[in-house]
Design a protein around this ligand. Structure first.
Ligand SMILES: Nc1ncnc2c1ncn2[C@@H]1O[C@H](COP(=O)(O)OP(=O)(O)O)[C@@H](O)[C@H]1O
Ligand SMILES: [Mg+2]
Length: 348
């Protein structure tokens, strides 16, 4: 068996279930699917990957990285020490050790985990993001704060639609107070209250480095959503395949979008990717308001790239095989790394 020349690093991701949450446990099997698919593609590309799981930081991790001295790490870690806010530290470790790695660096990963900060950065750069404000953990909602309805309430630091359910869209102060209390009590973090955008929802995948390519636009088809249910991609819609919500939020890629709107969506996506400092691949989630204006909901610097997920679907729609897509991610990562002075991680 030849010696490993690269590493796929991932975390088991089963630790995110908050007590009393109305959302169920994050499905760890999907992470395995992603790891298996990436491993297969790396082999097809002629690499010999070592697959490492990391749950807790330890000096053994540092020794193992030094010992294997990989050409690159394919970084699929979304958390470490059971804490998704430390996800950026894993990329930071590669930086310190001078190991080339795929995906965004610590700054983009850390920034994207705070949806309010992302909104501030995007808006400062002239990229449209919906109006919103925070109700900080431990504080009460100021009665005068919410004068406009409807709004949507989200945990400021989560992804994968954690904390987002049918009650997230609030149409009066009583509903808003209850939903803010839910986020504070269950997720123990600030609640982001955002103007609710009634229009269409798009996901835009971006591939590559300096010459980043915007892949075909994907749209969520809500037409089968039962009347009265909010047209949002809640946690159940994302993860519970048996649910009505899952079956009524159907991704369509390529989306049927008039050319002017399509070019607006592509340009907003690319500006968001650059503004947050994403590298190699990212996905930008957007919605339109009732007037058809485009707004960025969030920037995902580490979107799910398993074969069944939206990113790979968009790559297929662009004529790329799964392995082509993985090759492009590695190429972009390695090109980026050649511009950074190498630190000798083997020294010790
Ligand atoms: N301002 C908003 N207006 C309308 N729907 C929203 C808004 N923000 C979020 N949503 C809905 O909630 C879903 C999840 O929100 P998002 O900000 O993308 O968080 P996550 O990181 O959990 O995916 C979106 O896909 C969308 O359906
Ligand atoms: Mg999203």
């Amino acid at each position: 068996m030849p010696r490993s020349d690269c590493i796929i690093l991932f975390n088991a991701a089963a630790s995110r279930h908050a007590p009393f949450s109305r959302e169920k446990v994050y499905p760890a099997n999907l992470v395995r699917e992603e790891v298996g698919a990436v491993e297969e593609s790396l082999r097809e590309l002629g690499f010999f990957p070592a697959v490492l799981t990391v749950d807790q930081f330890s000096k053994d991790l540092v020794s193992e990285l030094s010992r294997l001295a990989p050409k690159f790490v394919f970084n699929l870690c979304e958390e470490i020490n059971g804490n998704c806010e430390q996800e950026m530290c894993v990329a930071g470790l590669f930086e310190l050790m001078g190991i080339p790695y795929t995906g965004s660096g610590p700054l983009a990963l850390g920034l994207a985990l705070n949806k309010f900060r992302v909104k501030q950065v995007l808006r400062a750069a002239g990229v449209p993001a919906p109006r919103g404000y925070l109700c900080c953990f431990g504080q009460r909602l100021r009665a005068h704060a919410a004068r406009r309805f409807p709004v949507i309430v989200k945990p400021v630091h989560e992804d994968a639609s954690l904390g987002i359910n049918a009650d997230s869209v609030c149409r009066d102060s009583r509903q808003l107070e209850d939903q803010v209390a839910y986020i504070h009590d269950v997720y123990r973090q600030d609640a982001l209250i955002e103007e609710y955008l009634e229009g269409r929802e798009f996901n835009v995948a971006i591939l590559g480095g300096r010459e980043a390519q915007v892949l075909p636009i994907s749209e969520i088809d809500f037409s089968r959503m039962p009347p009265g249910e909010p047209r949002i991609v809640s946690y159940r819609a994302k993860w519970d395949e048996e649910s009505v919500e899952f079956q009524s939020t159907v991704p369509v890629c390529p989306a049927d979008v008039p050319s002017r709107l399509a070019s607006r969506i592509r340009s907003v996506a690319l500006r968001s990717h650059r503004c947050i400092g994403c590298a190699d691949y990212s996905r930008v989630d957007m919605r339109t308001d009732s007037g058809g204006n485009v707004y960025v909901l969030e920037v995902n610097p580490n979107p799910d790239i398993s074969p069944r997920a939206g990113f790979a679907r968009a790559a297929r729609a662009a004529g790329l095989t799964y392995t082509d897509m993985i090759a492009r991610i590695i190429q972009s990562a390695v090109e980026r790394a050649t511009k950074i002075p190498a630190v000798a991680y083997a020294i010790s």
